[in-house]
Structure formats: structure tokens, C-alpha cells
Design a protein around this ligand. Structure first.
Ligand code: NA7
Length: 536
């Protein structure tokens, strides 16, 4: 086995977003030599790449930031309840400076491949420029929604105007004044983009294939008073996040939809619709996402809201989802989104009824009409969960590719380890708990760091998940999905992306159990001395 001196680093971390940044801090605390490779030119990950107009949190700002350092919590003041992307990026730059992270991060360095060698128990990581580094551990911090996908439409390259995927937005401010703009896609990203671009574009045309249920964000500035109260109550805020199902401040109502009178139900829905954030999604009646009749009640309620807000009844009907229920896909939160469709400078195109046939040098041609644009915005989403892994040539013990290992669906141990890929640790791997992501990140970084400390203390240099453990976890993930309406709908949460080969049908792509249950499982593994892992 290679001695530690023959290695370039103890651990190579791929990605300098929130998970890579925090992992680096923890590696240093363990006295391990860590190196982060980042494709972008600076830190921030999701908040570095997604600079599109209107990008912001849907989680309360003060529940989203790092929680590990009380000093950091006290010195940073969020300006709004749901902070905009530039502020979050400033925050992450502040974190990078405070902990002097950049000296161990190499930017402009996209990882092309990572190959494991059992003879020296480590990983050779090759960057796109051909440079190679050897490390004992490979820690992936590559995010859940970081591999953007363009639609598979002929002629994309031929367009002579400006066009970007929302996750590849330019650093310079884009001025829409006087411009004819197209947005393709109406997921959480499309909704945020549309409501912003509609303010200044000469004309905005939205190509909607599937309408999504949306609910009001109700963002506003944080007052001086609130700021003081937030800073005084951080321990309670994060304790609450630890208790809730998906680490948001909201938690399901213990009542069933039909356990209350119709009047009480209506009043509760009204209250949720008028409240900030994800309450209407994750703080609703407990059976909203399991009982189709319960789901129909809230769907009908929100449909009525859409009809009230959109003046043209034909447009309102186009904006109301007909084939999936409220909350069964990721809920976009909006600020005057539906009112956009009352504006004269906005057109909604149903791109299921009249599909886009091609992108032309001057615009978009559908089966029915030709449109001219100066700018085309692709808000077409990501090859989620496994896409960022698939884009790196990752090979395990016998040279097998991770992409092939997962071709029939991801198999992991707690989303952090994969059989056949020793010493690879995933911070946001498939089948880990999601929700309010930084809470998952902090937990997983700490779990991985505890494992590394255990290995350090016991002179161990190889860790791999046992096949039975992977099987047990995968079965558990499947059982958590049973009975959930979410898994009966196509979305990135069920692993479907029509723009990606091999992702046309639904899988159990996501762990749907609660975050506390997830942590209990992981904590038990550590407490019992990692019996589910083969340690050498
Ligand atoms: P999403 O939620 O995956 O949305 C992608 C959107 O793009 C969705 O409306 C798609 O329609 C649409 N799309 C994709 N390809 C096409 C083509 N070829 N033609 C027309 N429309 C298309 O991604 P987002 O970036 O909005 O959100 C991702 C997550 O980021 C979000 O959940 C938050 O957690 C933050 P479809 O629904 O497939 O018919």
C-alpha cells in the first residue's frame, strides 16, 4: 500500500459549494491534507452558477445558513426572509474568507475522472487539463442539481441571439429592456425567472410543457427587531430544523384533511396560502401527499386561487395542472407570478399542444407558428441526483464504472457509500436525506468526518459498504416511497428527465423518509462501531 507520503492529499473533495467548503473545514480540524477541485472560478456551487434573474431561497434565510459556528451566525445579517442569490453568494464568499478556505481550493478545475486502485487504497483524480492527483479518499461534494440539461431540440446552436441555460447565466447583468425574450421551462427556476424578466422585457413568451402548482413566497425585508430576535434564537431555530421532517421550519399538521369541517379546512388553506415559505407544502394536513381525495381538496383550493389571479379564463386553465396534484412535484414559490399573465407584454404557449419543432437562427418554430427572439432562456432543469456523478468517469475496484453500476437505479449505503467504490464518500449522494439542503450537508459532512476520525484513530485505510447494508438501505428507501403520490408523477424527484438518455422512466431516485429517521439510522451505524462497513 502506498504510504501516506506518496499521496498528494489525504482527501480530494470535488466541488466548492456549501458541502465542499464545510468538508474542507472539517478535514483541517482532523489534521488531514484536503484539496478541493472546483470547476467554477470561485466558491458557492449552486449559488455561484445560478445567477439568473430572480434566483433566491425558498427556505427561510436564517434556517439555511451554516449553523456550525455561533460567531458566524452572529456576525452575518440576512436582509430578507428569503434572500436573493447575490446575497447568498456574498455570504459564501464571507465564509470562504473567514476560514481562509481558498488556499486549499483549486478553481477552473473540472474533474474528468476518478479511478480507484486497491493496491495502494486510493483514488487517482484527473482534471480536464490532464493533471493528476492521488489521494486516499475521494469526497464528492457535487450537488443534487448541478448538471444542467438543455432540451433536445434541433437547431439550438443555430440561434444568432443570446441564449443561456439558467444555471450557466453570465456574470454580467443582462438588460431585458426592449428585448424579445423566450423562456422555456416552468419549474421553480422558470417561475423565478419569468416573474423578474416580465418586469422589463419588451415582450416575454413562455413555453410551458407542464404547468406546475405554485404558491406565494411572501418575502419581505427583515426588520431591525426581527434581526435581533433571529440572532438571539439561533439555537431554537436549528433545533426546530432538526426535528422537522425535511429540516424546514415547517412541519405537517397532525390532522387529516377530512378530520375537520369544510369551513375549518378552507380557513386553514387560506392561512397557509397567506403565510411565507413552504408551509403550504410541508406544513399542510398530514395526508395531503398520501390520500388522493385529500390532495384533490388542496389542489381545488389552489386552482381557485389561480382563477382569481389570472384574468383571462383561458390562460388560467392553461396554468392549472391537470395531470398531477398539488405538491407532488417540487413546489415553486412565487411573487406575483400569476399576475404576469395579465400583462400585455406576455404570451403563454402550450408546448405540449404545439410542440417546439426547432430553434431557428432568429427564434423558435413550433408546430403552429414561428416566433422571433433576441434572447432565449433555457430554464429546462438538471440531470438531477446522479447526473453530476454520471458526468465524471468514476471507476471502482475492478474498473467498473459508477454510471453502469447505477444504470438500473442508484444503490448506496445511506447515500454516502457505494459497494465496489471503497474510500469514496458522497456528501449529497442519491438516497441521502434532502429537504433544507444545508442541514443535510452539515449532517453528512459531520458523519463522514467522524468516520475519517475513527479510521485515523484505528490506523485504517480502506472503507467500503457491505453488500447486505447497501441492500438493506436500498430496500428501506423503496419502502419509504410506497404510498406517496409524489412517486406517481414524472419529475426530477422521480429521476425522470426526457432530455437525458436512460432517464425516461420513473425510479425511486430520492429518499423520501424523514430527516430525523435518516439521522437515527446513520447515528446508529456510527454508535455501533460501523459494523455495516468493511474497514481495513
Ligand atoms: P425542473 O423543475 O426540472 O423544471 C424544468 C422545466 O423545463 C420543466 O418545466 C420542464 O417541463 C421544462 N422542459 C424541459 N425540457 C423541455 C423541453 N424540451 N421543452 C419544453 N419544456 C421543457 O428544473 P428547475 O431548474 O426549474 O428546478 C430544479 C430545482 O432547483 C427545483 O426543484 C428547486 O429545488 C431548485 P416538464 O415539466 O418536464 O414537462
Amino acid at each position: 500500500a502506498a504510504t501516506d507520503q506518496a499521496l498528494d492529499y489525504d482527501a480530494i473533495v470535488v466541488g466548492a459549494g456549501m458541502s465542499g467548503m464545510y468538508q474542507l473545514i472539517r478535514l483541517r480540524q482532523l489534521g488531514l491534507r484536503g484539496r478541493v477541485f472546483e470547476a467554477g472560478t470561485d466558491v458557492g456551487g449552486t449559488w455561484y452558477w445560478n445567477r439568473y434573474p430572480g434566483a433566491r431561497f425558498d427556505s427561510e434565510s436564517y434556517s439555511y445558513g451554516f449553523s456550525f459556528d455561533p460567531e458566524l451566525l452572529q456576525e452575518w445579517s440576512w436582509s430578507e426572509h428569503f434572500a436573493p442569490q447575490p446575497e447568498t453568494l456574498r455570504y459564501l464568499n464571507h465564509v470562504a474568507e473567514k476560514y481562509d478556505l481558498r488556499r486549499d481550493i483549486q478553481f477552473n478545475s473540472r474533474v474528468a475522472s476518478a479511478h480507484y486502485a486497491d493496491d495502494w487504497r486510493g483514488w487517482t483524480v484527473t482534471l480536464e487539463d490532464g493533471s493528476r492527483y492521488r489521494a486516499r479518499y475521494l469526497i464528492t461534494a457535487i450537488g443534487v442539481l448541478s448538471a444542467p440539461t438543455l432540451p433536445r431540440i434541433a437547431g439550438i446552436e443555430s440561434f444568432r441571439g443570446q441564449s443561456w441555460h439558467t444555471a450557466r447565466w453570465p456574470k454580467e447583468k443582462v438588460d431585458f429592456t426592449g428585448q424579445r425574450v423566450a423562456v422555456i421551462g416552468t419549474g421553480a427556476t422558470g417561475v423565478q425567472t419569468i416573474q423578474e424578466v416580465a418586469k422589463t422585457a419588451a415582450h416575454l413568451t413562455i413555453f410551458q410543457r407542464t404547468p406546475n402548482w405554485c404558491a406565494p413566497l411572501h418575502n419581505r425585508p427583515i426588520t431591525e427587531d426581527e434581526q435581533q430576535r433571529i440572532k438571539a434564537s439561533y439555537p431554537e431555530i436549528f433545533r426546530r430544523c432538526q426535528e422537522t421532517f425535511s429540516c424546514f421550519l415547517h412541519t405537517p399538521d397532525p390532522r387529516g384533511t377530512f378530520e375537520v369541517t369544510p369551513e375549518e379546512r378552507e380557513a386553514f388553506y387560506e392561512e397557509l396560502y397567506a403565510s411565507p415559505g413552504f408551509g403550504i407544502w410541508v406544513g399542510n394536513f398530514r395526508d395531503m401527499l398520501t390520500d388522493p381525495a385529500a390532495n384533490r381538496e388542496i389542489s381545488d383550493f389552489v386552482a381557485r386561487k389561480i382563477r382569481q389571479r389570472v384574468k383571462d379564463p383561458r390562460l388560467a386553465e392553461m396554468l392549472i395542472p391537470k395531470n398531477h396534484g398539488f405538491g407532488t412535484r417540487r413546489l415553486p414559490l412565487e411573487t406575483r407570478y400569476y399576475e404576469v399573465y395579465n400583462q400585455d407584454n406576455v404570451t403563454l404557449v402550450d408546448s405540449r399542444a404545439t410542440p417546439i419543432e426547432r430553434i431557428t437562427p432568429t427564434g423558435i418554430k413550433t408546430s403552429e407558428a414561428e416566433f422571433e427572439f433576441d434572447i432565449i432562456i433555457y430554464a429546462t432543469g438538471f440531470d438531477a441526483l446522479t447526473g453530476a456523478f454520471d458526468r465524471i468517469d468514476i471507476r471502482g475496484t475492478d474498473g467498473q464504472r459508477l454510471k453502469e453500476t447505477w444504470s438500473g437505479g442508484a444503490q448506496t449505503f445511506m447515500g454516502m457509500l457505494v459497494e465496489g467504490f471503497p474510500n469514496m464518500l458522497m456528501l449529497l449522494g442519491p438516497h441521502t436525506a434532502l429537504g433544507n439542503i444545508p442541514r443535510s450537508i452539515e449532517y453528512n459532512v459531520e458523519w463522514v468526518s467522524d468516520l475519517l476520525r475513527h479510521m485515523q484513530e484505528h490506523g485504517l485505510t480502506r472503507v467500503e459498504a457491505r453488500p447486505e447494508a447497501v441492500q438493506a438501505w436500498t430496500d428501506h428507501v423503496k419502502s419509504c416511497a410506497a404510498g406517496l403520490l409524489t412517486f406517481e408523477v414524472d419529475s426530477w424527484m422521480t429521476g425522470v428527465n426526457r432530455n437525458v438518455e436512460g432517464k425516461q422512466t420513473r425510479t425511486i431516485a430520492r429518499y423520501a423518509g424523514s430527516a430525523p429517521a435518516y439521522r437515527a439510522w446513520c447515528d446508529a451505524v456510527a454508535a455501533k462501531g460501523y459494523q455495516e462497513l468493511m474497514l481495513r
